[in-house]
Ligand binder design. Sequence first.
Ligand code: SF4
Length: 244
Amino acid sequence: MWNPWHGCHKISPGCRHCYVYREDAAFGTTVPASEVRKTASFGLPLRRDRKKNWKYPAGTEFALCFTSDFLIEEADQWRDEIWKIIRERRDCRFFFFTKRIGRLPELLPGDWGEGYDNVAVGCSVENQEMADLRLPVFLSLPVKHRIIVVAPMIGPVSLRPFLDDRVVSEVSVGGESGKYGRPLDFEWVIDIHRQCLAAGVPFCFHQTGSHLIKDGRMYDIPREYQHSQARKAGLNTIDHTKIK
Ligand code: SF4
């Protein structure tokens, strides 16, 4: 994980039980989660060891901004430095996901072109309304590795109009974690899995969330089993490591 800044503000229904707020509250952080601030990890990929070698070797995969949103407005002043670091570490891969995909065009670096080879972008959609709003924008943008992240999934979603295997690298689905997580109906997951199979787009069920409905029964899944239980469903057509 590489979190050059921390904190976020809520923008859509999927943010209601945001884990950034929850974890900050659990750890008694004095700065409110809604206050976006630079962290001590800002230059993480450029760290070197005593022998002046990269601390993070070639091939490292950085999951970027998992305690914020990479495209959040308050970080506009810092993002150019991050693009610079990403260019300097072309030997590594970077991945971020965002609920603010509409901001991406104005925030791309000048040499972005059709996208950096080493950057994957995930567009998060939690329900049909957000899918219909964000995905047409997402698909119109120049991105080399494009991931549709249906999480936290809080209702059934049809991705059919957006599943073009030439431009979508994968679809990843997950439920909502935390005590108040909204239930995920396994039928919704199966439905998206079917949609992906039909379109030839790789699919991953990355986590169940806290409350899973299966065969009409609600299961409470402890945090430590949410990823393994999702894997056990046997739906994945891609070995996914990016979304935790
Ligand atoms: S955009 Fe993501 S990080 Fe920001 S409040 Fe919403 S869920 Fe939390």
